[in-house]
Structure formats: C-alpha cells, structure tokens
Design a protein around this ligand. Sequence first.
Ligand code: NAD
Length: 465
Amino acid sequence: MQEQVDAAGTSGDAPETVLAGLRAVHASGRTRTLEWRRRQLRGLERLLVERETEIAAALEADLGRPAFDAWFGDIVSTQGEIAHALRHLRSWMRPRRRGLPLVQLPGSARIQYEPLGVVLVIGPWNYPVYLSLGPLVAALAAGNCAVVKPSELAPATSALLARLLPRYVDPEAVVVVEGDGAVTQELLAQGFDHALFTGGTEIGRKIMAGAAATLTPVTLELGGKSPVVVAPDADLGVVARRVAWVKLMNSGQTCIAPDYVLVDRSVRDDLVRELRTAFEELGAERRDGLPIVNERQLDRLVAGLVATSGEVVMGGGADRARTTLEPTIVLEPGADESLMREEIFGPVLPVVSYGSVEEAVARVNAGDKPLALYVFSASRRWAEDVVAAVPAGGAVINHVAMHCLVPSLPFGGVGASGMGAYHGEWGFQALSHRKSVLVKPMRPDLRILYPPYDAKARALLRRLL
Ligand code: NAD
C-alpha cells in the first residue's frame, strides 16, 4: 500500500484546491519516473484482486449485475489493460530517434514522451470500474496526476472508488471527485491538461464546450448505433449466439453492443429463429427481464417499442416496479423511427433485411459513423469489402465487441462516435506530450549561413535548402 500522506487536495475540497494540490505534485517531478508509474499500476492491480468482492457488491447494488458479469465486464477487462501497460511501459517511454535531412547534419533528433500534467477522467455508469480505471491506467502510465469523476448514476461504485483509490495509488496524485454534470463542469472550468470523457454523444458536446474555455484538449469516447451486417453465407447459429451474448451483457447497456442487425433477405427468418433460440438459452437465468439502470431509461426503451412500425417477434414486456425489460426482437422497424435513429442501449434488437450489400452499406452510411461495425460472412473478401466501405471507430469480422479487449488496438470512435482513442500504447500516447528535440553541436558554425548573403552564398544556400 502507498504511504498515507496528507494530500494537498482531497475529494471533499473545492475544485481549485484539488487542482492546486495535483499541480504541485506534478511539478515536483515525482510522477515522471518509470518506478512511480509502475507502482501506481501495481496498486491498481492489487485493488482489483483484493477488493473484487466489494466491487462486485457495488456493481450489484448499482446495476443489478451478477458477480461473474462484474468480473468479466469490469475486473478482467481492467486487469488486461494494466498487465499490458506494465509489460510495455519501459519501451513506450523510450525516446524515439528520428532521421535528419542532410542539411540539418550534423545533429540528432528524437521524440521524447512527457506527462501532460493533470488529467480529468470522466466516467459513465455502465461499466463504472472499467471505464474509470481503464483511462486512469493510461493517465498514470503516461506519468500524469489525475482527477477521477465517476458517474453519479452508479453511486455505490463511485463511493467505493473514492474510498479505495487513495489506499492503492499515490493519494496526492490521484483524487476522486464525486458528483454529477454540474460538478464535472465546475472541474472543467479549472482547466486541465487533458480530459478523457466516456459517455453519450450529447453530453460529449457539453464536455467539449466546457473544455473549450480553458483550451483543455479532449478525448471523447462516445456512443452510437453499432450495426451487425450478416451475409447470406454466414453460419447463422454462430452469428445469433455471438450477437445475443453481447446484447444480453449488462442488458444491452454497452457502448459497443450490437445495436441492430442488417441481414440478407433470403436468410432473415432463419436468423430470427436462431436469435430467439440464443436469447432464450443465454438469457435463461433472467427470463423475467433484464435490469435497466433507471426508470427514465426504461421509459425511453418502452416508448421506442410502442412507437415502432416493426413487429415485436420476441419479448417486449417491461416491469416498471422492478425496472426490467425482456430481451426483445423487433422485425423491420422503419428507418425514421427512434429505434433506428437513436442508440438503443438496452436489450432490444431490431432486425432489418436488405436486398444487396450495397443497400446495406448505404443504410449504415446514411447515419452517423458508428463506434463499431460487425460483419459476419464465410467470405473474407465480402466482409473486408464491407469493412472498407463503412467508416466506423473499429470493426470486427465474425464476432462482436471483442476488439475492445485487445490492448494493442486503439479504441475510439470517429465522427459522432468519438474523438481520439486510448487503450495500451494509444492511451499512453494520448496522455503524453510528444516533445520534438533537435540536438546540434556548437561546431561547425558555418559563416555562410548568416547574413549578409553575397551572390555566392545565396546560390549555395538555394542549392542546399
Ligand atoms: P452520460 O453522457 O450521461 O454521462 C457520462 C458522464 O458525464 C457522467 O460522469 C456524468 O456525470 C457526466 N455528465 C453528465 N452531464 C454532464 C454535463 N452536462 N456536463 C458535464 N458532464 C456531464 O453517459 P452515461 O449515460 O453514463 O453512459 C451511456 C453513454 O455512454 C452511451 O451513449 C454509451 O454508448 C456511451 N459509452 C461510450 C463508451 C465508449 O467507450 N465509447 C463506453 C461506455 C459508454
């Protein structure tokens, strides 16, 4: 455990006091060393191992999440990021030599990675540990101090992080501030060296607006409608199991959950049959409905189902008293209704048929650029063509969502689904400054390079430069 010191700023202090404390710690230089960074990452690693039961209990209280899902969604995912960073940090931190144009010789050039300073991490409620600590891994690996602002919609997890983090990482360098959007804006108004936000696209706009006043750079990890495009030759049983598995996870409240399915008309009914079977088998433990985070979100999902012109072929039952919704399949909803315009973020799966792959691609590209694109086909060429034709944050061929667990891949959106990326080295780079350093010797010091330039000097310089 870290030595307990009286932090200059703690969670209860005013934002300016918290910031002043963190800035002083950063200015002391102690967060820059490989050793300090590793100690913080190992602290996070220990937190997850030693407090797994408390974390699972908080997630159960906030989201009704079963302990195994807590382990899969929040714990092992974060551990993967930490282990990868610990393994590679030394090489990430190494300066990178760069070549020089002839005219700049003699000399040497390098890029050196430096901490940005104090980073603000703003977390969502849906994976409140992974999406607060994952960005913190990047911030600490890059040698920064950080304020972590977990979501107020997962209050037990937020309180747990506030209580535990100072015991496992340098309490003077990482401060948890609890609160809602107003608290977040107050923090942003102080000005940070970077803000990494995970949440909805609309709030993302407000974060960017709040950050603009102090020119705080932002990474925005947003949401959107991630489509699944299914070719007629795909193994429909596998498609259904993989899609249903991730759609049921956290009741579909996952940023990279498959949002809707586009399937070749010739196999639509076969796929729907397989999807029903998969939902029934994989969702057997929660046959009475899946927990939705709050009534407002449940009402939004139910309103989408009431308004749909599609056919509800499975589920649809909501229980307002228990805030649950059955796994639901909606066949052929209209392109203009809310189910097909807004991110679903719940256990509702629209299935829409297409006549040609061009039609499917045009349909996806008519909306905002998705956070993720999933393509299922027995033909690699067919799948690659769809991947190339659809701009999306990331893509997976023949599975869904798993790219998020590959720390060597940058994770982030594009367009309305996000700005910037993190995970692994990409997170280290996003939260480091790439300082360009050119080193020149004192000699030679060619007189010809300085004015006044005579005709001979001008001719030579024109040739050289
Ligand atoms: P949200 O945008 O409502 O809230 C996220 C955070 O923003 C919270 O900490 C909240 O306190 C804060 N916030 C709320 N209003 C604010 C305001 N006006 N100003 C400043 N901060 C404010 O998101 P959510 O409901 O917690 O999460 C769901 C959304 O997040 C979905 O759209 C989902 O797709 C997206 N998401 C994206 C990723 C990703 O990695 N790209 C991961 C998970 C969730």
